[in-house]
Design a protein around this ligand. Sequence first.
Ligand code: ADP
Ligand code: MG
Length: 387
Amino acid sequence: MSDYNELVNIDIAGKNILIREDLNVPLENGKIINDARIRAAIPTIKYALSKGAKLAIISHFGRPKEGEFNEKFSLRLVARRLSEILKMEVFFEDKPLDVKSPEYKNNITLYENTRFLNGEKSGDSKLAEKIAKNCDVFVMDAFGSSHRKHSSTFTISKYAPITCGGLLLMNEILNIEKIFKDPKKPVLAIIGGSKISTKLNILKKLITKVDAIIIGGGIANTFLLSSGYSIGKSLVEADMVIDAKKIINIAKEKNVSIPLPKDVVCESSNNSFIKNTNEITDEEMIKDIGPKTSTIYKKFIKEAGTILWNGPVGVFEDALFENGTKDIACSIKDAKALTIAGGGDTISAIEKFINIEDLDYISTGGGAFLEFLEGNELPGIKIIKKL
Ligand code: ADP
Ligand code: MG
């Protein structure tokens, strides 16, 4: 039995269904450049339509000033794309939801950006009540916004007769939980990125759950410093050295491997060169893992039963420092393990070096994915939990 109230277990024929999606796709020069988030919402929408429900869809889009309409942040283009993908008319309603509640006259209507509405971000009750008016069921499906306690992601559940999780949200929960619930061992986490401060809570959680953690990117610099290495001018968070040490100590206690880089790619005077980690001079800046380290990391990836990846292990945006992240991505592609990844820059790296389909699961959430991994109860998930 599921711990959650799920859309698939509710009779929605002929009902008014309010669905919160995360349709916050990237735009460039007024064009949608990646519609992955729209496509991710399709299963829930198609499912609800197939059951004969009438749909009102709500979402935020970008970061407009609250309380003001701004054409740049309008969902109109998204409605059009949604129409194209569904091959049916999607009505677009630009009247603000705090003025006019959804009326469910059409099969499917997308409403204008929830972040134009006063009170959305503070989780205002009056606004939530307005939006929920006339709905029979509220479907929370916006995993990417589930860490927000906003009016349309959280408060609204107080006013909807029934609240449940959509297919996308349930799929995210099911897949991410695979890392913790009876995973195939050994479990390997690869945690990179620029700042340890943004990943510290995840590391603290993972250290008690996994068999090995590969630490890369700027985060590795702080670990190297905490282990007594000189790291020159590399990006570092000196106030996190104590935390890094604590993690290394817990790892020793729990027998978790944390293989730190043996060699790295450095930058100095606009040149790049490979150095052993114990030979970094004051002028050098670590920007990637080196080939010896890659070989060691590849072995961990090859032998793992489950792999979680968040955070590039180098400044992969620059061709001089992309090899480490490229090696990780390619080994993950070939791995026999169950592979799960998430994070905005991690997904960019995956798209650059391999394909999204090469992994078993890629989360649509950035911040929400990280908070879920930390073990936090996310507001947008709390509301669909059975009491
Ligand atoms: P994600 O979005 O996948 O969670 P992060 O935002 O934590 O990942 O980190 C990605 C960024 O980390 C990239 O822009 C990359 O350039 C940077 N990075 C990786 N390694 C280093 C390094 N050695 N020094 C500085 N920045 C780094
Ligand atoms: Mg990022």
